[in-house]
Design a binder for this molecule. Structure first.
Ligand code: ADP
Ligand code: ADP
Length: 226
């Protein structure tokens, strides 16, 4: 029943910083979940471990039931990541970037083209498909990162501070897109340090502080407490 199951997760970086001090966290299938917390709390470390970019020190992580250690390939296939930094080859075109990503995951050409058209259209990038990514505005680059993350049709989409530095109009349209994806059945996890963003979008919320999960509750219950 869980998209994510994290047990006693700890991370100490090689410089001795204890970024995660034992986190227990579950996210249900189909949930829209926010991981909230101040800078340095451990949000990116948690996302890094979920996406296999950071090695955990201790603990257990399952993604749709697949153990991240023992069944890494299956676990990784379940998720798409939208990182904070733009990390595409900006000399490629928008269409190349998304179609190549699909190819990387073994999606056939026909399906890849169909998905590219669907997501680029929904994200208002289809007209820009033949432009090199370096020509896009910051907001368009961010939307391109979202389209790319969806190309292998992951069940779970993880976004790290998706609307940082994005203007309010674009923020609203990104929110709407994510809500529609969630309605279509995708589980979504995002990190943010804006409570309003979490409030707007998410059903459940975890608050992380100094490497510990200090709250894990429904958005409603949290708002009732404030
Ligand atoms: P957040 O995403 O909530 O801002 P991070 O997970 O980035 O928090 O950071 C948690 C802690 O781990 C911070 O003290 C940060 O300085 C430290 N940290 C993050 N990445 C590294 C790294 N690669 N090496 C050493 N320390 C790190
Ligand atoms: P960023 O937008 O993150 O700064 P770049 O546009 O500098 O990224 O580079 C993205 C990718 O393009 C990297 O893999 C880099 O090796 C490659 N790259 C950088 N410069 C060139 C170039 N002049 N011609 C072709 N590829 C390049």
């Amino acid at each position: 029943p869980y998209a994510i199951e994290i047990k006693s997760l700890k991370k100490t970086y090689s410089n001795g910083v204890q970024a995660l001090k034992g986190i227990d966290l579950t996210v249900k299938k189909g949930d829209f979940y926010a991981l909230l917390g101040p800078n340095g709390a451990g949000k990116s470390t948690t996302i890094g471990i979920l996406t296999s970019l950071v090695n955990k020190t201790e603990g257990e992580v399952k993604i749709f039931g697949y153990d991240l250690e023992k069944e890494k390939v299956h676990a990784k296939l379940q998720l798409g990541l939208v990182p904070q930094e733009f990390n595409f080859n900006s000399f490629e075109t928008v269409l190349q970037i998304v179609v190549n990503q699909a190819g990387f995951y073994g999606v056939n050409r026909k399906e890849a083209t169909a998905r590219a058209e669907k997501y680029l259209s929904q994200l208002d990038l289809w007209e820009k498909r033949n432009d090199r990514a370096r020509m896009l505005s910051g907001g368009m680059k961010r939307r391109l990162m979202i389209a790319r993350a969806l190309m292998h049709d992951p069940k779970l989409l993880i976004l790290d501070e998706p609307t940082a530095g994005v203007d309010i109009e674009l923020r609203r349209s990104m929110w709407q897109f994510l809500q529609e994806l969630n309605k279509e059945g995708k589980t979504i996890i995002l990190t943010t340090h804006y409570l309003e963003e979490a409030e707007m979008l998410c059903r459940n919320i975890g608050i992380i502080q100094s490497g510990k999960l200090i709250e894990n509750t429904s958005m409603k219950a949290l708002l009732a407490k404030l």
